[in-house]
Design a protein around this ligand. Structure first.
Ligand code: GUN
Length: 300
């Protein structure tokens, strides 16, 4: 293996410490405590794990955590009424509705009902538009975490060829906007892309966000490229015993690490950064709501 391992876990721990310091200062100087409300509809096991982990880390950095676990059969009007209440609640500075929602709920309608100033996921159409036009926006947490790791590793990304595999609203599209904002030449590849291996081989930066276990092999990677693996896929691991599983990314780690210059592991890469960025966004939202200067250096 030749690639440097980008330690997202350590990077995220440092960002959470920085957030915790700023939260303590807000309390001491302004008697303010940032609050994050997380709304989970239904009982999807993976979403439950994420929500529990978000709640725990929110409290650990000194913020208020408000959890709303709702029955999967909740009516759209009831969910919208809950969001209205959170929008109006001065103790709530950030609102996150865990996706995906059950099929009977209109995801766009629900997300766009969140006050854009409290939209710490950066999914509201206003924030999407602000990001796309290079204006100050709430930036989606997973791509923000990826960008921070890339900047930390490379310094300037200017002029680099970046290929984002996956065109989701949560990761692929905002990731491409952020890389463009840092002056990369950006390609968004997806399931209909022709000659995907050739497209990926031209990349100095590969961001894989498709949700397909180990679909990117090492021979697609340009020697020395940086690989950011957003995938979190659970696969069978019979070598660990019957019925056991393990987490893998969208990239085949061993073969990619043999060729890449740097790579994020799964777990311990992008995942921890997502939650740390969510907390940083909540702190930012709290500062803005109270007319205080933003802690600019946190996610810069
Ligand atoms: N589901 C998967 N990733 C995310 C995320 O970043 N935010 C929300 N709200 N739901 C998700």
């Amino acid at each position: 293996m030749s690639a440097e391992i980008i330690d997202g876990k350590a990077f995220a721990a440092k960002l959470r410490r920085d957030v915790a310091d700023q939260v303590a200062r807000l309390k001491a100087d302004h008697q303010l405590k940032p609050g994050l409300a997380v709304v989970l509809v239904g009982d999807d096991p993976a979403s439950q794990v994420y929500v529990r982990s978000k709640g725990k880390m929110t409290v650990e950095v000194g913020m208020n955590s408000f959890e709303h676990r709702l029955d999967p059969s909740i009516k759209e009007t009831e969910l919208l009424a809950l969001i209205e209440g959170l929008n109006a609640d001065p103790k709530v500075h950030g609102i996150l509705v865990q996706l995906p929602l059950p099929d009977h709920l209109d995801e766009d309608l629900v997300i766009n009902a969140i006050d854009p100033a409290k939209d710490v996921d950066g999914f509201h159409i206003l924030n999407v538009g602000l990001l796309g036009t290079g204006q100050k926006a709430m930036v989606p947490c997973t791509p923000l975490g990826c960008l921070m790791m890339l900047r930390n590793h490379h310094g300037s990304l200017s002029g680099m060829n970046a290929v984002v595999i996956g065109r989701s609203n949560i990761v692929g599209k905002p990731m491409a906007q952020l890389l463009l904002g840092d002056s990369c030449t950006v390609t968004i590849a997806h399931s209909r892309t022709r000659d995907l291996p050739d497209v990926v081989r031209r990349a100095d930066i590969v961001v894989a966000a498709v949700g397909r276990a180990e679909m990117v092999p090492g021979d697609w990677i340009k020697p020395g490229a940086t690989v950011i693996d957003v995938g979190i896929n659970r696969v069978d691991a019979p070598e660990k015993g019957e019925g056991k599983t393990r987490l893998v990314g969208d990239c085949h780690f061993e073969s990619c690490a043999a060729v890449a210059g740097a790579i994020t592991p799964v777990p311990g890469g992008v995942g921890p950064m997502t939650i740390a960025c969510l907390l940083a966004n909540t702190l930012t939202a709290c500062c803005r709501a109270n007319g205080l200067p933003e802690p600019a250096d946190l996610t810069a």
